[in-house]
Ligand binder design. Structure first.
Ligand SMILES: Nc1ncnc2c1ncn2[C@@H]1O[C@H](COP(=O)(O)OP(=O)(O)OP(=O)(O)O)[C@@H](O)[C@H]1O
Length: 674
């Protein structure tokens, strides 16, 4: 379906015009039509003979990432202004009966709990049709949902494959205007949005959700530390010897036990070492860098003072999206509560003057998106001379071709201490090899590398299901699944901004209370959408990859990949929005063989590494697209063999409880994919 088709549907929804009648076989995950079945072992596996998958693994099959750019054509088109107005009540897609769609072959129990099996009469209400609560109301005022063109400012802020940044000249650009149209060279309407200040009361500051039943299982994950003279891991918060205020804040945050990435990273950072750390989604990487930085700042004292014209922060943290950097800021504010350290957040899509006012009130930890950071630096509102800590969260994203140039500019800005004089810390759940190589420019040569579990691997607490669904059957399948899910919070990922609008509108018509987030929505709308999703007002959030990384939202029980991303690492991040901090979650992905075959190999790898069942049909597609020596990547392998440096010493593999596990298999030893 081309753009035009989507647009036609947006303007005049009429499902029957192109969505075929429900055909069970189209969704079939295997030859036997087991739509939701976890795939049984192949006969050769059951015989004890070599399985096809084993063969793939041994022969280097399924290594690396996708070819990417499959949507480049679409994403490079300038989108026309398209307004999704309100649809008249009753113009939905009719009262379809979905009640029997999950019955056959569904032995997995997936989506089948009795609580899912409600009829339409008891569906959640919402949407645009006489709902009890407004859906897709960006301003929270009951406005109907509107999609806007990407011209003008205040939008953008993410530079993913599908999140193109369009300037007024119609050309894509990676410059800072992506953060809100405030870069030097692009004119646009002045951005006036001032985000509401976060609540100041202690209860809100320390609000947190519970760790899940699998939190203690983190201890079994193998950890590999590479590089010279790594300090030993700590096993408890007490061993970190943090000051009393920090310990109090840690307790108030509900942290009683360190996660593996914290056990290893905290002593490394406290020892003043540069670090590249890779650990699964939702396993506490944010605190792993914030706590030791704060400990040092408390120990060494801080220099920035209120209302100085030029603020000189000791720490700069950058992250790829506005919502993520805001979240990191809130964590920094939480852990620095009651100290003299002041954290500030600045990001695009908000009034520049507001950012400046925040900074001049005192700034020790500056949390920023790259575009806004470079704007503020160019306006000489902050000085870099005092920077002792530079943190790149989602570091692989920060160094790739989208943000890499800006990061390079940042480290060569006048006043920025050289890498020898600052401490540089990089964190992510994925670290492709070629990105690791780029990171060398930012890190001291003796940096340490911490790999918790499989580098680039998916969180094992997420139950992954891949369904074969053709393009034209996806919407019907989505509705079917969402109706079975009920009110549980669900993120639905799609590939383009336009499709996010379209699907969100469609779901509203289906009376499923939905909101959406993507780079063309104004910042105010993005924050409202996230707020509505967080509080459960809209239990479904349709998102592009702008929401794939880092977002830590309580109770997200499901992720649905309506469209698979073009790269496997993005898949890992997306499904990591659920199953966080020891909680369990579910991810279901629609695999369209027409467009997703290039992902079959890396998907098989991700699924089997996370001990998930691999559908036989997916193995078959992977097998049929298998090219010997093919890395499946335009950027190299996703699954880096841990540390790409070959000359380090002192590599040690330990389990997360801190004990040597030389007898245990190295988590990446089976990494002979290419
Ligand atoms: N030691 C701990 N004890 C209890 N909860 C923790 C601990 N460490 C982190 N958390 C909580 O776990 C959740 C996930 O942490 P965080 O967002 O830092 O994960 P992450 O590894 O950065 O994930 P992602 O890769 O998706 O960015 C947060 O709600 C955080 O407060």
């Amino acid at each position: 379906m081309g753009d035009e088709d989507w647009e036609a549907e947006i303007i005049k929804p009429h499902m029957s015009s192109y969505v075929p009648v429900f055909e069970k076989d189209r969704y079939s995950s295997g030859a036997n039509g087991d739509t939701f079945n976890r795939t049984p072992a192949s006969s050769s596996e059951m015989d004890g003979g070599p399985s096809r998958r084993d063969h793939f693994m041994r022969s280097g099959f399924a290594s690396g990432r996708s070819l990417g750019n499959r949507d480049a054509g679409e994403s490079n088109k300038r989108e026309n202004t398209t307004t999704v107005g309100s649809f008249g009540a009753g113009k939905g897609f009719g009262n379809r009966d979905f009640s029997n769609k999950f019955e056959e072959g569904d032995t997995s129990g997936f989506w089948r709990d009795s609580k899912y099996e409600q009829d339409e009469g008891t569906q959640r209400t919402g949407g645009l049709f006489g709902s009890r609560r407004p859906a897709l109301s960006g301003a929270g005022n009951g406005d109907t949902y509107q999609s806007r063109s990407c011209s003008g400012s205040g939008r953008g802020g993410y530079k993913g494959l599908n999140e193109e940044v369009i300037t007024d000249s119609g050309k894509n650009t990676w410059k800072s205007e992506a953060e809100g149209g405030e870069g030097g060279d692009v004119q646009g309407p002045k951005v006036t949005y001032i985000p509401p200040p976060p609540p100041e009361d202690e209860d809100s500051i320390f609000a947190h959700y519970q760790t899940g039943i699998n939190f203690d299982k983190y201890d079994n994950i193998l950890v590999e530390v590479s590089g010279h003279d790594a300090p030993p891991a700590i096993l408890t918060f007490e061993e970190a010897n943090l000051c009393q205020t920090l310990n109090n804040n840690i307790a108030k945050a509900g942290y009683t036990k360190l996660t593996p990435v914290q056990k290893y990273s905290i002593p490394i950072i406290l020892a003043g070492r540069d670090l590249m750390a890779c650990a699964q989604t939702g396993s506490g990487k944010t605190a792993a860098f914030l706590l030791p930085i704060l400990a040092h700042m408390m120990r060494d004292g801080i220099t920035a003072s209120r209302f100085k014209e030029l603020q000189e922060p000791e720490c700069i943290i950058v992250a790829p999206t506005r919502e993520l950097i805001n979240q990191i800021y809130l964590e920094a504010r939480k852990f620095s509560f009651g100290t003299c350290v002041r954290a500030v957040v600045i990001y695009g899509g908000t009034q520049l003057g507001h950012s400046i006012r925040q900074i001049v009130q005192g700034c020790n930890i500056l949390c920023a998106t790259p575009g806004r950071l470079m704007d503020i630096i160019s306006k000489e509102k902050i000085g870099l001379r005092q920077v002792k800590y530079l943190v790149l969260d989602e570091a692989d994203r920060m160094l790739d071709m989208g943000f890499g140039p800006e990061m390079k500019k940042l480290i060569s800005c006048p006043g920025m201490p050289s890498k020898e004089q600052r401490q540089t810390l990089m964190f992510s759940a994925t670290f492709p090899e070629e990105i690791q190589k780029l990171a060398g420019e930012f890190l001291k040569s003796k940096y340490l590398f911490v790999a918790v579990g499989q580098v680039g691997g998916a969180c094992r607490d997420v139950q992954q299901t891949i369904l074969q669904v053709g393009q034209y059957s996806k919407r019907e399948k989505l509705v079917e699944i969402l109706r079975n899910i009920g009110d549980e919070r669900t993120m639905v990922f799609v590939e383009t901004k336009k499709k996010a609008d379209f699907i969100a509108t469609f779901l509203c018509q289906e009376k499923i209370s939905t909101t959406s987030i993507h780079g063309d929505r104004e910042q105010r709308e993005r924050e409202q959408a996230l707020g509505d999703f967080r509080c459960g007002k809209c239990p479904v959030l349709v998102a592009t990859s702008v929401a794939a990384r880092g977002l830590d939202i309580e109770n997200v029980q499901h992720v649905i990949n309506f469209d698979l991303p073009s790269a496997i690492d993005e898949y890992v991040h997306r499904i990591g929005r659920t199953g966080r901090c020891g909680n369990t979650g579910r991810a279901v992905s629609f695999f369209d063989p027409e467009s997703d075959s290039h992902l079959a190999q890396p998907l098989v790898k991700v699924l089997s590494d996370a001990q998930q069942d691999v559908p036989a049909w997916l193995e078959e597609i992977a097998f049929s697209t298998y090219v010997p020596g093919f890395s499946g990547s335009t950027r190299g392998s996703v699954f880096a063999s841990v540390d790409t440096r070959k000359n380090y010493q002192g590599k040690s593999t330990l389990n997360a409880a801190g004990f040597s596990s030389s007898q245990a298999p190295n988590p990446v030893d089976d990494e002979s994919w290419d």
